[in-house]
Write a protein that binds this ligand. Structure first.
Ligand SMILES: [Mg+2]
Length: 107
C-alpha cells in the first residue's frame, strides 16, 4: 500500500487566495522579526533608512488584516478572544513576568 496520497489545491478560489495571502504576509513578518533580532529593534534598513520597528508594525498590520479577511470568509476560523487565544496571551504575560523577575534577581 502506497503512502503517497493525491493532494489537490484548495478548490475554493477565494479561500485559496486568502490562505495564500496569509502565508505571504507571515513570510514578510518573519523576515522583519529576524531583522529586528539581528540588527536591533531600532535599527534601520541601510537601503531605505526605514526603522525596523516601523516595518515590524506594518507587517504585523498586514498579518492581522490577512487573518481578519480569512476570518470573514470562514467564521469557523475566528480566533479573537477565543479560549485558546486568551490562554496563550495569559501564558505570554506570565512568561514576561518570570523573565522580569529573573532579571531583577540576577547579580
Ligand atoms: Mg506585507
Amino acid at each position: 500500500m502506497s503512502e503517497i496520497t493525491l493532494w489537490k489545491p484548495e478548490p475554493d478560489l477565494i479561500l485559496h487566495q486568502a490562505l495564500g495571502k496569509l502565508a505571504e504576509e507571515l513570510g514578510e513578518l518573519t523576515q522583519i522579526v529576524a531583522r529586528c533580532l539581528i540588527q536591533g529593534y531600532t535599527g534601520s534598513d541601510p537601503k531605505t533608512q526605514q526603522h525596523n520597528y516601523v516595518r515590524l508594525r506594518e507587517e504585523m498590520a498586514d498579518v492581522l488584516a490577512a487573518i481578519d479577511w480569512l476570518s470573514e470568509l470562514r467564521h469557523d476560523l475566528e480566533t479573537y478572544d477565543s479560549p485558546r487565544h486568551l490562554k496563550k496571551l495569559k501564558g505570554f504575560r506570565q512568561w514576561q513576568k518570570m523573565l522580569e523577575d529573573d532579571a531583577r534577581a540576577a547579580p
